[in-house]
Design a protein around this ligand. Structure first.
Ligand code: B12
Length: 305
């Protein structure tokens, strides 16, 4: 087992437990030694192995500490009492200003801190809300700042790469079921803006789809091919940048004509509305609506079968 892997019997390494609970491995070890918050099993090689229950407990404690409670005061509370505390504590009692903190981490070129801030935001807000209210607005603000000459291109690059790896890491952790309907997520030819596609991919995964994330710059004919090969129920196309609008319109026409009849074609991204006249391409303006729409599509499909 390597440090990130889940063991054969569904147990997590300390790295994975840290990632899932929003803590660091050092904090987990300290809490175990000082307060016996969990007692993980050990592998043959004496590595810690955490169960789902252990991770759940760590996550609860982490959320309570985020709200200002001292670990020493809450470590022995039963799960129900902890949940009570979490429900009663206003979410923003000690709520960090995530957007400001994230922008500062980008300004300071600190990808490790940015990653930690995004993890905390996801734990507190949920992944779709964190993408919608923090991660994508942060990217838009960086773009605007760069346009005004206030940010350097390398700051935008660092943020884009970190966000992309963050979203794809989360995607790997969700929606792997072989039986789930398939969604393909991409950005069209000539478009290297792939973060919207990654965000749409993760949203689909949360909505119960098995997602094939392709990324940016994907020709229409290839997308048709991928959809057919994977028997996808949904194609998600992210149109963030108009690029060459004539060529893009031709690609969208190709998709509408050539996608298999059962495949739903959903588009989004800040330039998607310019192509609203295209029939059979459904535009969804944000990720919350996308999640709802995808859940409806899944339900419709299970009624058909
Ligand atoms: C990061 C970035 C890049 C990175 C992309 C890295 C990557 N892997 O994605 C790089 C450096 C490659 C890049 C390149 C360029 N970029 Co750029 N880039 C950006 C930036 C800062 C963020 C883009 C982003 O991810 N935004 C977040 C998106 C996803 O938000 P959104 O579109 O509002 O989408 C929301 C919803 O619509 C929804 N959504 C998104 N996709 C989907 C899909 C579905 C199916 C659904 C339902 C919903 C959905 O999710 C979001 C949250 O609600 C933007 C700034 C901005 N304002 O966005 C500029 C921006 C888009 N880029 C711009 C430009 C000009 C370029 C370049 C031409 C620069 C150059 N001279 O080379 C090139 C073009 C490259 C190309 N051919 O594509 C301009 C576009 C201006 C315009 N509208 O004409 C912008 C707006 C910057 C600016 N203010 O000038 N860029």
């Amino acid at each position: 087992m390597n440090e990130y892997c889940i063991s054969m019997d569904g147990k997590y390494s300390i790295r994975m437990a840290a990632q899932l609970s929003g803590l660091t491995p050092i904090t987990i070890r300290t809490w175990e030694n000082r307060y016996q918050v969990v007692t993980p099993e050990r592998s043959g090689g004496n590595q810690r192995l955490y169960s789902d229950e252990d991770v759940k407990r760590l996550k609860q404690l982490s959320r309570a500490v985020d709200r200002g409670y001292k670990i020493g005061n809450i470590c022995s509370l039963p799960a129900e009492e902890l949940e009570e505390i979490l429900l009663q504590s206003p979410i923003d009692r000690k709520s960090p200003k995530y957007l400001e903190l994230s922008l500062k981490a980008v300004e300071d070129l600190n990808p490790y801190l940015l990653d930690e801030i995004l993890e905390s935001a996801v734990l507190e807000m949920g992944i779709v809300e964190a993408m919608e209210q923090l991660i994508m607005p942060m990217m838009v603000q960086i773009g605007e700042g760069w346009n005004r000459g206030e940010w350097q291109i390398y700051q935008e690059h660092m943020a884009s790469e970190l966000v992309k790896s963050f979203l794809l890491r989360k995607l790997q952790l969700t929606g792997k079921s072989e039986k789930a309907p398939v969604a393909v997520a991409a950005a069209p030819a000539g478009q290297s803006h792939s973060l919207g596609a990654a965000a749409a991919a993760l949203t689909a995964s949360i909505a119960g789809f098995r997602v094939i994330y392709i990324g940016g710059d994907t020709p229409a004919e290839d997308l048709v091919d991928i959809v057919k090969k994977s028997d996808a129920l949904v194609l998600l196309l992210s149109i963030v940048f108009p690029g060459n609008p004539g060529a893009l319109r031709r690609d969208l026409d190709t998709l509408v004509k050539s996608l298999p009849e059962g495949c739903r074609f959903l588009a989004g991204g800040s330039s998607a509305r310019s192509f609203a006249s295209i029939q059979s391409m459904e535009i969804t303006d944000n990720l919350t609506l996308l999640r709802q729409r995808l859940q409806e599509i899944r339900e419709e499909r299970s009624i058909e079968y």
